[in-house]
Design a protein around this ligand. Structure first.
Ligand SMILES: Cc1cc2nc3c(=O)[nH]c(=O)nc-3n(C[C@H](O)[C@H](O)[C@H](O)COP(=O)(O)OP(=O)(O)OC[C@H]3O[C@@H](n4cnc5c(N)ncnc54)[C@H](O)[C@@H]3O)c2cc1C
Length: 494
């Protein structure tokens, strides 16, 4: 709902909605340009940080601007037509500027060899940075950005979701937030910056916008529910890149845990995946199933979105059950927020919980998971025969990585597609202004980050966080540079 002009409870120069990397960067930049800044965050402080905090904290840094533009265009493929040259120029320049900006804040860049599409034009420019050597994730970069916010006079309000934007005929004047059940109107004298993430946790938007994956669970923050898309639509924003997601990644979703967990396929080889009809549908180590290439797959010479059957069952035998834990704890939401689930090494705790079903025969297992017994028995027999023959003529799994399911009892665990983030949202231009349906910027409204990301198709790892910093700076700079809007009284007098 767009608000009529309210009585303001407080006022700032710039209000930034959502405190992940994009919001932090916009706030830091606007502050350093002299603005009085408020960061509004929906989550409580204990759950702070959005996808940014729980990410692998990798930053794509192009070491050459011209090559970066070529790589961007190659990845966007047919979608390049919708992205202006000016936008691509600014993206490449600001992505290149990220390294110096981060070093200035205290990052020690450490290069990781991770060129996702080496065959694409310009790919030689790809450097992916972590904050110092060591394992990925672990919040090491997040802590630097958080410290930079804390070191400045930037007001941060947690548990304060923006619920609507206040707009007059031509511009945004402030934000209505909800605090402890009360609606509070906060005036933004210069501008509002939307950095409140994607729609990973909005099932209706997922069904509407994501091709072929009507049920998919997030691996990251549960607080990104598409609020920026709703608020953008309410003030006439145009949407773009709504069908582009980073995923699917085959994961496990426990009913009692908010987000899905990536898998940790152990060394054992006596397992296969089947769909609801009992058929084996893939090579189990397919990189697009395990999350590489961010869910895009090349088939028949054509790149497209990977879709997966829902649900997927992993079927295995006693040998595999003993070979190591199937679930994993990684740089995800649960680890960062102290809710780490400690998956048992032999998977028996999960059998007891009922997450893994167990039966003495394949027929009985099929009955437990409600799939056709004949089809499951047939798929397993075929898999066993291929494993014995040493050649997977059906799906091309390496001979050394498959063994017959020979040792009962047998087990099944239901797996689900999951994703790390969405890319779609209100379209923005090279000044980080949000664009309306008629193609003009909406006055005093900016955005950055995965909300309305520039990425439309193939995706280079590290590019989302890079974009948060690049467009966060542009948004913060331009928001702070706006001349103050006239107060309501002055507007009436004018
Ligand atoms: C497990 C995982 C690993 C990843 N690894 C990488 C990686 O290594 N490199 C990379 O480039 N990308 C990675 N990504 C993607 C990347 O982390 C995100 O796209 C990026 O961090 C998004 O930053 P953001 O600031 O736009 O949004 P977020 O960091 O998600 O922040 C948005 C914030 O807005 C808040 N919010 C939502 N609604 C409202 C509202 N109404 N009012 C106020 N606040 C609101 C949310 O609570 C949240 O704190 C990963 C994602 C995940 C989940």
């Amino acid at each position: 709902m767009v608000e009529a002009l309210p009585d303001w409870d407080s006022e700032y120069d710039v209000i930034v909605v959502g405190y992940g990397y994009a919001g932090a960067t916009a706030a830091i930049t606007a502050h350093d340009a002299g603005a009085k800044v408020l960061l509004l965050e929906k989550a409580p402080e204990t759950d702070k940080g959005g996808n940014s905090r729980v990410s692998a904290n990798l930053v794509f840094w192009p070491n050459d601007i011209l090559m970066a533009k070529a790589y961007f265009r190659a990845l966007a493929g047919p979608y390049t037509d919708d992205i202006s040259d000016g936008m691509i120029d600014v993206w490449a320049t600001e992505m290149h500027a990220n390294r110096a900006w981060l070093e200035n804040l205290g990052m020690t860049p450490f290069d990781l060899p991770y060129i996702e599409f080496p065959e694409m034009a310009g790919s030689e420019c790809v450097r992916v940075l972590m904050n110092g050597p060591g394992p990925m994730g672990g919040e090491r970069l997040w802590r630097i950005i958080e410290a930079a916010v804390a070191a400045r006079d930037i007001a941060v309000l947690y548990q304060s979701p923006a619920v609507s934007l206040v707009k007059d005929d031509c511009q945004i004047l402030g934000v209505v937030t909800e605090q402890h059940g009360e609606r509070v109107a906060i005036r933004a004298k210069r501008a509002v910056v939307l950095t409140c993430g994607g729609f990973e946790n909005n099932p209706a938007m997922v069904r509407n916008y994501v091709d072929g994956l009507p049920r998919i669970f997030p691996n990251g923050t549960p607080y990104n529910t598409g609020d920026g898309i709703r608020m953008g639509l309410e003030v006439g924003a145009q949407l773009w890149h709504m069908n582009n997601i980073s995923g699917p990644i085959l994961s496990f979703k426990a009913p009692e845990i908010a987000v899905a967990q990536w898998l940790n396929l152990p060394k054992g080889t006596s397992y296969l995946f089947v769909a609801r009809d009992g058929s084996r549908f893939t090579m189990e180590g397919d990189p697009c199933i395990t999350g590489d290439l961010h869910g895009k797959v090349k088939r028949h010479g054509y790149w497209g979105q990977q879709v997966l059957p829902i649900p997927i069952y992993m079927i295995f035998d006693e040998d595999f059950r003993k070979s190591g834990h199937i679930g994993r704890a990684t740089a995800d939401w649960d680890v960062s927020h102290g809710n780490l689930y400690n998956w048992s090494d032999d998977n028996l705790r999960e059998v007891e919980k009922g997450w893994i079903k167990k039966a003495d025969t394949m027929e009985a297992l099929a009955a437990l998971i409600d799939i056709p017994a004949k089809a499951l028995v047939g798929s397993v027999a075929r898999f066993d025969a291929l494993a014995v023959a040493g050649e997977d003529t059906d799906w091309g799994r390496s001979a050394g990585k498959m063994a017959p399911l020979a040792v009962p009892p047998f087990y099944a665990i239901e797996l689900t597609p999951a994703f790390v983030n969405t890319q779609g949202g209100p379209r923005r231009n090279e000044h980080a202004q949000v664009i309306s349906t008629n193609g003009t910027p909406i006055g005093r409204l900016f955005s950055a980050g995965e909300l309305g990301s520039i990425y439309s198709f193939l995706y280079q790892g590290g590019a989302n966080i890079g974009e948060c910093f690049a467009f966060g700076r542009i948004a913060g700079r331009n928001a702070a540079a706006m001349a103050p809007a006239l107060s309501a009284a002055k507007q009436l007098a004018a």
